[in-house]
Design a protein around this ligand. Structure first.
Ligand code: NDP
Length: 296
């Protein structure tokens, strides 16, 4: 038997997981920080979540990230939930402790941490637009409400999903006015005046052939357009926004910042951001067309 200390194990559960950039980001971080650990992919089909997680825990894993479709259902397996996971209703990071698994949501904080570096204008007292009503949209909704937005317009292709999401978030923020509209140009144009930020949180843009979720030119000139989707080059929505003279960014900074938060949780030390950012740039360059990939 070798006398080498055993590598700590970390990884991502989801289905599918094969297109994830997380192994590249975290293995680069472990290397740069001199941490003796490895980050692996653990595909778990939806109908095997409980057994799949049990098997991974038996391997002695110390921490996990969680992606679609498990972010909400995995809550039932947690011994404890951090406030971030309770607010968003989803877990994307798990700390495996001696007492059991503790669930966190770092998407919300990752989004907030990205705003300054990207130069997004202040949200307090302002109107913002959120496109989409899935898991990422809910994290953004909570963030914008926490940051003091006065009005948040949610645009989704199905009103019911948007209504369900808003009814979960709105009661915690009585000072924020929430509006729900259909994700279509005419409706966005009606509600866009005065908006300082538009967050694109639908999965449109993962494939180059996807239509734009809406016409960026309908937004006011000073509006910052933040697309949470990221890919080999800037998304079509970001390209179109920039061509129209808007300030715009894709989801890579949020991807970096949510991973940085997971790193801090697991190791209680500052993450090597430059190494992680370089790993994202390399992984984005090497990425195959993300047909089914959605994971952060
Ligand atoms: P979900 O599957 O939970 O939600 C997907 C959303 O996209 C829903 O609102 C859905 O609307 C909408 N949508 C899907 N297809 C269409 C379409 N054809 N037209 C209009 N709307 C559509 O995914 P997530 O919320 O977890 O993720 C959304 C995106 O955000 C993904 O691309 C993901 O990569 C990205 N993301 C980025 C992160 C980052 O760190 N940068 C972190 C997390 C997510 P409907 O209700 O009508 O079905």
């Amino acid at each position: 038997m070798s006398g080498e200390p055993r590598k700590a194990r970390y990884g991502l559960i989801g289905y599918p997981v094969s297109h994830s950039m997380s192994p590249a980001i975290f293995n680069a971080a472990f290397c740069a920080a001199g941490i003796n650990a490895v980050y692996e992919l653990y595909p778990i089909p939806p109908d095997r979540l409980d057994e799949g997680v049990g098997e991974i825990l038996d391997k002695g894993v110390s921490g996990l990230n969680v992606t679609l479709p498990h972010k909400a259902r995995v809550i039932g397996l947690m011994k404890d939930l951090d406030k971030s996971a309770r607010l968003v209703g989803a877990v994307n990071t798990i700390d495996v402790t001696g007492q059991g698994m503790v669930g966190y949501n770092t998407d919300m904080g990752g989004f907030e941490d990205s705003l300054g570096p990207l130069g997004v204008p202040g949200i307090s007292g302002a109107r913002a637009l959120v496109l989409g009503a899935g898991g990422a949209a809910r994290a953004i909704l909570v963030s914008l409400a926490r940051l003091g937005a006065s009005e948040i317009i949610v645009a989704n292709r199905f009103i019911k999903e948007a209504g369900d999401m808003v009814s979960l978030v709105a009661p915690g923020y009585p000072d924020v006015r929430f509006e729900i509209i259909l994700l279509e140009n005419r409706e966005v144009e009606r509600m866009a005046p005065g908006a300082v930020l538009c967050v694109q949180a639908t999965s449109l843009g993962l494939n180059e052939t996807d239509p734009l979720p809406m016409e960026p030119a309908l937004l006011p000139g000073g509006c910052f357009i933040y697309d949470l989707v990221y890919g080999t080059s800037q998304t079509a929505f970001v390209r179109s926004a920039k061509a129209g003279g808007y300030r715009a960014a894709d989801g890579k900074e949020m991807l970096l910042r949510q991973a940085a938060r997971a790193f801090r949780l697991w190791f209680q030390t500052e993450p090597p951001l430059d190494a992680m950012r370089n790993a994202i740039d390399r992984a984005v360059g090497n990425r195959k067309p993300p047909e089914t990939s959605r994971q952060g």
